[in-house]
Design a protein around this ligand. Structure first.
Ligand code: PEP
Ligand code: MN
Length: 499
């Protein structure tokens, strides 16, 4: 007999990757303040994402979830936020252009501040004399600081995380409302920093074709339709992070009686274009037609995912995720067995009536492993009640992390391993009569003062080598694809998803 879910019922279970705070009192002071603050997103926006993810699950749209491994509070600047959003816009334009599928854009942004770690301590080198020492691992800005002298967990950082997330979301919303994603001006999403002439030329060809198409639509008057115009002028952009810090998530989980079923059906019946949506336009309010049932929403982000290290079906994280109405992701690593996956699906979705698109399975095995591991999992899901409701997504990053041969302290990833895993997962799906419906990437459009991109993953259009890594290695956690490598992946997807 399972006991009733509440936002705090996870407290009765074992918490993986716990944070040991020096003072529980200081932690509860912080959570009390969080409880009284407004949510960072609204249940209505969450339902809007749910609706769009339903299209993804049904093969009518593609999911692009991407961003930093670990966001830093210091990254909350207008330039850095815009760089991130613009890169995802560029990528989605490329994917849409080739695949003719709408793209649902979800950023690892506005809250991706906590990290699970494989070891509780790490070795750091003194800049002064080169000596080494062990310090508690950096767990992300909302736990401790990156500076080696600032590794004691401080609960006040959770409050800072809330306000940095709010500022980031505010800037994203304001930028989109001010035309950042206006398709009439895609050239202003400049490719000036794209160092590969081939990539820049391929993107400019798309923009030139798009400009022609828009011109044609203007001439024939198609743009006069308000809904067409709205879709050309802006897009939806959703936030996500790993739902690791359950005290934080609990404090921002609120009940709401927005009517999910009535909104979903009224929208999906009248709306075949998944971009025709509403959290951007004030004249598009939810249509409440049915009886509203009360549901709990985690209002820290539109969607949360469960990490590969915290996905125990009997653990605290699965308990928390089972009760929220948000769409959720589950990282699926090489150790996941078919039975464990089915147990987890039963735990987090068993009582929810199989909402199509609520669960995204984010598979991250590592190059060479999908052919032997993924087929079993797909077959198990195909034979289960979740056969047509999950979204299969590929994270080609996390199974492909290696150490630099010249400096084992530097984590890197090879672009060719990333592409190989992505192609392998695409192939396994097609041989199983299934469909890869999304990708989950760590990337950044960040460039330095000279306009050069980061050097964290080797290979790609600029043929980065191990010796190049130190030039502009900026990540504070896992290595990210840079601007050129991200565009390369988009062209590959754009081609692979062509009908
Ligand atoms: C991550 O997405 O940054 C991460 C830690 O992933 P995983 O849980 O798949 O290792
Ligand atoms: Mn990572």
């Amino acid at each position: 007999m399972t006991s009733r879910w509440t936002p705090s019922s996870w407290r009765t279970k074992t918490v993986a990757q716990p944070v040991q705070y020096p003072s529980q009192e200081a932690l509860s002071d912080v959570t009390k303040q969080l409880v009284s603050l407004p949510g960072l997103v609204t249940p209505y926006e969450i339902q809007s994402l749910r609706r769009q993810l339903r299209d993804v699950a049904q093969g009518k749209a593609f999911l692009l979830q991407a961003g930093d491994c670990a966001e830093l509070f210091a990254d909350c600047t207008p330039a850095k936020i815009e760089e991130k959003v613009k890169l995802q816009l560029l990528m989605s334009l490329i994917i849409i252009w080739g695949s003719r599928l709408p793209v649902v854009r979800v950023g690892r942004i506005a809250g991706q501040y906590a990290k699970p770690r494989s070891k509780p301590t790490e070795t750091v080198v003194s800049e002064r004399d080169g000596s080494t020492k062990q310090v508690p691992s950096f767990r992300g800005d909302n736990v401790n600081g990156f500076s080696q002298d600032d590794r004691i967990p401080d609960p006040r950082r959770l409050l800072s995380a809330y306000f940095y997330s709010a500022a980031t979301l505010n800037h994203i919303r304001a930028s989109l409302a001010s035309g950042l994603a206006d398709l009439h001006a895609p050239l202003s999403w400049t490719t000036a920093h794209v160092r590969s002439p081939t990539l820049a030329a391929r993107f400019e060809a798309i923009v030139s074709n798009l400009t022609d198409a828009l011109d044609f639509m203007r001439v024939v008057g198609a743009e006069q339709s308000q809904s067409v115009l709205r879709n050309l002028e802006t897009v939806d952009y959703f936030s996500s992070h790993e739902g690791l810090m359950l005290e934080f998530e609990e404090a921002l989980t609120r009940s709401s009686s927005i009517s999910s079923s009535s909104i979903s059906s009224s929208k999906s019946s009248s709306n075949t274009d998944n971009n025709k949506n509403n959290n951007k336009a004030s004249n598009h309010h939810p249509v409440h037609t049915g009886t509203a049932s009360t549901e709990y929403y985690a209002l820290s982000a539109h969607t949360l995912w469960m990490g590969d290290r915290t996905r125990d079906p009997n653990g605290a994280h699965a308990e928390f995720f089972s009760g929220i109405a948000n769409p959720i992701g589950i990282k699926v690593g090489p150790s996941m067995t078919s039975q464990e996956l089915l147990d987890l699906l039963a735990k987090v979705d068993g009582s929810r009536g199989l909402d199509v698109g609520r669960i995204t399975l984010i598979c991250r095995f590592g190059r060479g492993k999908a052919p032997s591991l993924l087929g079993h999992l797909i077959a198990a899901v195909q034979a289960s009640p979740w056969a047509t409701s999950v979204i299969w997504c590929c994270d080609p990053m996390h199974g492909n992390t290696t150490s630099s041969p010249s400096d084992p302290r530097i984590k890197t990833r090879s672009f060719s391993d990333i592409i190989t895993e992505l192609k392998e997962q695409l192939e396994v799906h097609s041989s199983c009569g299934s469909r890869l419906a999304g990708v989950h990437l760590e990337l950044t459009g960040e460039v330095d003062e000279k306009g050069d991109s980061v050097t964290e993953c080797t290979g790609g259009a600029m043929s980065l080598e191990d010796g190049d890594l130190k030039a502009r290695y900026r990540t504070h956690c896992d290595p990210r694809l840079n601007l050129e490598q991200s565009l390369d992946v988009s062209f590959l997807l754009s081609h692979a998803l062509k009908a």
